[in-house]
Write a protein that binds this ligand. Structure first.
Ligand SMILES: [Zn+2]
Length: 571
């Protein structure tokens, strides 16, 4: 029997941080399961949303009936006649993040994967939501409004339509005649609304130009200002981003905001419409695995830096600084020798999303490496007369528009089909393998990767530390050889206490090649170990070549759409 999901979501007393939910559905006699997702697409971690559910009761046509829990995410109810089944439950919501739900006195962010339940694994029925909020609050969401109800054609779309409600600061613009609404919650920041509107419009136009057209009728930028945390989560016609409220000034600090928004808007195509077959559909009740997250997130990370430069929103100098930082970060992580992009993607659930003291030794982020490898892949294709832009257009026309999923091993062949270029060896080395990355490809657009000359080199021990506490011991480093362990507290080097109580501040007082005695406190007992300090890993820098050829200048322009040596954005 087809019947809509009728929800009433009550957040009229938001300061209590509890969402009151009523779900009504017409059912036939039988056993009914009601389940809540354990994760939210785009964020690959089992968050066990049902753990925040309490006070669950059930009625059939107004008469109380029994309910029992079957699994951590599923409740069972038995009915003997056809009727209107009502579930009432409460959800505690106080997690300020883009992938969960949060209630406060001035605004609410509801990610509906952590609020709604679905019946008998049925994701197809229409979802109608009556949202009760404090009187003066505004409501923004990608869902359509019909009278007092928010309506999604099915549960998947409801799950994909977060709601931002509260005392919102709002603005709008149009591209292709389609409304793009901006809603900002979380108090005042030091942003200029006009600059946000201009920047976002330019980014949307740039993404539209790449793919050919906008795939939605309306788009919502749902922005939550925070004290210091950041992040974003993509949806089909909206995104939720979180950004520190004072990081819009000085102006160079605002560039990260535009990269973040370019990233989430790019996902409107890649991952929300061009997606792995493994995500069609998502399994909301357990992990959904794919080896293609490096495409979904790595390619997006590449474009999130590039699109704002092409759109004149951020300067070339910021782009070069960012890829320099990313390459340095990548080169310092021992896990680069062990974990390929495909493995990193598959293991996201226990790797990227569950980092621990040993993660840097055996894991590599598919965002970080994926972004750098996509840059190099783009150079590889451009050198042979094609580009990643062409690959993205092909994916949109042949996969996204046709609702065809990408098979696990298909990407290499897709590039061949899109560009006529065989990338088998590139994939073997850089995507399935862990070879040193072919940075020399940057030369095609007139860039080189050089070792940065440093006035002072700090000897390397090979630990990540917070103050005097060892957080990680990097494999094959002096600290690893010496037998230091995460959790060790370093008391003294050569019998002398630490400067500012910080390990890294004190190392600069020693020589490269010097053997030192390290006094540590481990599990309440003092120990002494010896380590030989080594040369630090080279600091690298991406720079334009001094004397570019005409070919390099042309390749540069057709890639980044800015004249050679352009330093400042034009707006
Ligand atoms: Zn992303």
């Amino acid at each position: 029997m087809k019947s809509p999901y009728l929800f009433e979501i009550d957040i009229e007393s938001p300061a209590k941080r509890v969402v009151q939910v009523k779900l009504q559905k017409k059912v036939e006699p039988g056993i009914h399961s009601f389940s809540m997702p354990v994760w939210t697409p785009g964020s690959y971690l089992v968050r066990d949303f049902p753990k925040h559910v309490f006070n669950l009761t059930t009625e059939l046509d107004g008469k109380k009936i029994q309910v029992r829990k079957e699994k951590k995410h599923t409740w069972l109810v038995e009915t003997e006649e056809t009727g209107l089944l009502t579930l009432k439950y409460s959800v505690y919501a106080h997690d300020l993040s883009v992938r969960t739900s949060y209630l406060a006195h001035d605004f609410a962010l509801l990610n509906l994967t952590s609020i709604l339940m679905f019946h008998n694994n049925n994701l197809e029925d229409q979802v109608r939501i009556k949202l009760l909020t404090p009187n003066q609050w505004k409501v923004s969401t990608g869902m359509n409004q019909e009278g007092v109800e928010l309506v999604a054609p099915d549960m998947e779309e409801a799950f994909d339509s977060p709601i931002l409600a509260g005392e919102l600061i709002q603005a709008k613009f149009e591209v292709e005649g389609k409304p793009h609404n901006i809603s900002i919650a979380g108090g005042r920041g030091n942003f200029s609304l006009e600059k946000i509107v201009d920047g976002l419009r330019s980014i949307v136009i740039e993404n539209q130009g790449l793919y050919g057209s906008l795939p939605y009728e309306r788009y919502e930028f749902l922005i939550v200002l925070s004290e210091k945390s950041g992040g974003g989560l993509e949806h089909r016609n909206s995104n939720v981003s979180m950004y520190p409220r004072l990081k819009f000034l000085p102006e160079k600090d605002s560039y990260r905001f535009f990269s973040l928004e370019a990233h989430e808007h790019f996902h409107t195509w890649l991952v929300k419409r061009i997606k792995p077959q493994a995500f069609m559909p998502y399994n909301y009740l357990e992990e959904t695995y794919t080896r293609l997250l490096w495409v979904m997130e790595g390619v997006t990370s590449y474009y999130d830096n590039l699109i704002p430069v092409r759109a004149n929103v951020t300067p070339v100098s910021f782009y070069l600084k960012t890829i320099t930082e990313e390459i340095n970060q990548y080169e310092q992580i021992p896990g680069k020798k062990l974990c390929s992009l495909e493995e990193a993607s598959f293991n996201a659930w226990i790797g990227l999303y569950k980092p621990d003291e040993n993660t840097p030794n055996i894991y590599m982020s598919y965002y970080l490496k994926g972004g750098i490898v996509t840059l190099l892949l783009d150079m590889y294709l451009r050198r042979l007369g094609s580009s990643m832009d062409q690959v993205m257009k092909y994916l949109w026309e042949n996969y996204g528009k046709r609702k065809r999923g990408i098979k696990e091993d298909e990407m290499q062949n897709i590039i061949l089909q899109a560009t006529g270029i065989d990338v088998a060896e590139f994939f073997e080395r850089n995507i399935r393998g862990t070879d040193d990355l072919p940075y020399e490809l940057l030369n095609y657009v007139g860039l080189t990767l050089e070792e940065k000359k440093e006035k002072e080199k700090i000897p390397r021990l090979g630990v990540r530390a917070e103050g005097n506490k060892v957080i990680s011991v990097l494999f094959d480093s002096p600290a690893h050889e010496a037998g230091l362990a995460p959790g060790d507290v370093i008391i003294a080097l050569n019998g002398i206490g630490l400067e500012n109580n910080k390990i890294l501040d004190t190392l600069k007082r020693f020589r490269i090649g010097e053997e030192i005695e390290i006094t540590i406190l481990r599990e309440g007992i003092l120990h002494r170990v010896r380590a030989t300090l080594e040369e630090p890993l080279a600091k690298l820098e991406v720079k334009p070549v001094t004397d570019p050829t005409e070919e390099q200048k042309n390749a540069w322009y057709s890639w980044i759409k800015q004249p050679w040596k352009e330093e400042k954005p034009s707006k």
